[in-house]
Design a protein around this ligand. Structure first.
Ligand code: AMP
Length: 114
């Protein structure tokens, strides 16, 4: 399912250009245009899912695929430590209403995040 007004649906559908790092039937990974770390890749389901809040058991395949792809990309980028973040809702910093994982690495990370 796609949302015609959704930027990340357009990226998944190649209507909007992006720097694609990896792609499968279910997931696309592309570089963030405003990187917050030396490696900053976004991983999205091709289907429109608003956020992690909307995930159901039926999304099991895409959830497994998105985490497997993140681990592969981290390995390919030579990251031995990295962070995976997903913001849920504007109050937590979600600016695009299409589920995405941020894969961040290549610098030291502090905790808790701001
Ligand atoms: P969030 O704020 O968690 O919703 O994350 C959205 C991310 O998408 C931000 O880190 C933006 O820099 C990134 N972003 C927005 N537009 C694009 C785009 N066209 N291509 C790649 N990344 C984008």
């Amino acid at each position: 399912m796609k949302d015609p007004d959704c930027l990340f649906c357009k990226i998944a559908g190649k209507e909007v250009d992006s720097d694609v790092v990896s792609e499968s039937d279910l997931v696309v990974a592309f570089r963030d245009t405003n990187p917050a770390a030396p490696t900053h890749v976004l991983l999205i389901p091709k289907d429109h899912i608003v956020s992690a809040r909307e995930l159901k058991r039926e999304h099991g395949d895409v959830v497994a695929e998105i985490f497997e792809m993140a681990a592969r990309i981290a390995s390919d980028e030579g990251l031995d430590a990295y962070r995976i973040v997903t913001n849920v809702g504007p109050g937590a910093g979600q600016s695009v209403s299409h589920l995405h994982l941020h894969l961040l690495g290549g610098r030291s990370m502090s905790w808790p995040p701001g």
